[in-house]
Design a protein around this ligand. Structure first.
Ligand code: ASP
Ligand code: MG
Length: 405
């Protein structure tokens, strides 16, 4: 089978670990697989490089940022190719651009637009193990190196797997797979054996850090089976694939939370057509993503309040923009609260089971946790609560939904 194997930062954290990965790759290669490896930078390296960039230039040119931070992955790819050569495997490294990974021009958060996988495919067909530097690509129009956002090597791996038409993409990391919730919070959290693309996409987008959400999106749209597994052990991990009937039997698959949310409330705006548009115009012009929005019904028929969430790091900018637009929006007061978290339960079983939201609300009520806002989709329920209660809430919900069984 043709397999893409991706190794994260801790799996390639030092030379001994890289040698160990080389042995893993050799074992799979010797059993007859064609292999393309995608690597992250050695753990800590990307952060260090970003720190250098910020020291050199606080308002840095993002094109140079990408030239610099993409170098971590190049180091690892060369080192792994050398370690493979040392144990008798034909191997060479490829930077993202050499592997044909083309992106748009959004430096530091580029999206892959095309994978020209001929070089890699030829190399594998000629008996070599291709080692590709993750996290990066090239914008053909500008001839500039780009990076894919933090955690972007997952996306490189999945896009390459699609490009070389692999049978599966294995993402090796330092945990055993995807868990029902963060095992550091709930000690009896369980490793999930199989999860659907849709559930994984929700979990990844709503706070679980195992996979970059974009990588799951690509896998889902090309039906590329993924496996998340531990690089330090020899056992199966979590398979991520298209849903089947069995998956619906479980009503909730996992619980996740995001603490980096903040809430902004604008009070005393006139209740008339166009005000909501006025509120969000400066926000969207500043490229700030808005998540949950509630507009309270006006009691007097004249004025209303709007509350919405943004990520914590965008809060100050949002406030500044709203203050600038005060005359146009015409509000009384503006408040923000960073002590807010979004807590979500996810499962495709929600489509066919009822009472799942009621269990959530009841469990939180029993713990005295106040719900500030609720959002639902077909397969998830999210609530906003005070950050301080997140761990307590996750533990209580994990047991209410019997996820430890
Ligand atoms: N090295 C990059 C990061 O730390 C990309 C990755 O590891 O996936 O974000
Ligand atoms: Mg990662």
């Amino acid at each position: 089978m043709r397999i893409v194997m991706k190794f994260g930062g801790t799996s390639v954290g030092d030379i001994d670990r890289i040698k160990n990965i080389a042995k893993k790759v050799k074992k799979s290669f010797d059993s007859g697989n064609e292999i393309c490896v995608v690597v992250s930078a050695m753990s800590g390296v990307t952060n260090q490089l970003i720190d250098y960039v910020e020291q050199a230039s606080p308002n840095y040119d993002p094109r140079e940022y990408d030239a610099i931070v993409s170098s971590g992955e190049k180091v690892t790819s060369g080192l792994l190719a050398l370690c493979l050569q040392e144990i008798g495997i034909k191997s060479r490294s490829f930077a993202g651009w050499q592997a044909g990974i083309e992106t748009d021009g959004a430096n530091s958060k580029a999206r892959i637009t095309n994978v020209n996988a001929k070089q890699i495919t030829d190399y594998m067909e000629n008996g070599g193990v291709a080692v590709v530097a993750g996290f990066q690509g090239i914008n053909i129009e500008t001839n500039r190196i780009t990076t894919l956002g933090r955690g972007g090597s997952d996306t490189s791996a999945v896009a390459l797997a699609v490009g070389v038409n692999a049978g599966r993409c294995d993402i090796y990391t330092d945990v055993d797979g995807v868990y029902t919730t963060d095992p550091r919070i709930v000690s009896d959290a369980k490793k999930i054996d199989v999860i659907s693309f849709e559930e994984m996409l929700e979990l990844a987008s709503l706070g679980s850090k195992v996979l970059q959400p974009r990588s799951v999106e690509i896998a889902m749209s090309h039906n590329m089976e993924l496996q998340v597994l531990n690089s330090f052990e020899d056992k199966p991990g979590t398979i991520i694939k298209n849903e089947d009937e069995n998956m619906e039997k479980q009503n909730v698959r996992g619980i996740t939370a995001q603490k980096d949310e903040a809430q902004i409330t604008i009070s005393g705006i006139k209740d008339k057509p166009g005000v909501v548009a006025n509120v969000f115009e400066p926000i969207s012009n500043a490229n700030i993503n808005v998540d949950m929005i509630i507009q309270t019904t006006s009691v007097d028929g004249e004025t209303t309040d709007i509350t919405f969430t943004v990520s914590e790091k965008d809060t100050d900018l949002a406030i500044r923009e709203l203050k600038k637009a005060k005359d146009k929006i015409n509000y009384n007061s503006l408040k923000s609260d960073k002590n807010i978290a979004k807590l979500s339960v996810v499962g495709i079983g929600m489509r066919s089971h009822s009472g799942i939201s009621q269990t959530m609300f009841k469990t939180l009520a029993e713990k005295g946790i106040n719900i500030k806002d609720i959002a639902t989709s077909e397969i998830k329920i999210s609530v906003l609560i005070e950050s301080d209660y997140v761990e307590l809430a996750i533990r209580a919900l994990h047991s209410s939904y019997n996820l430890e069984k």
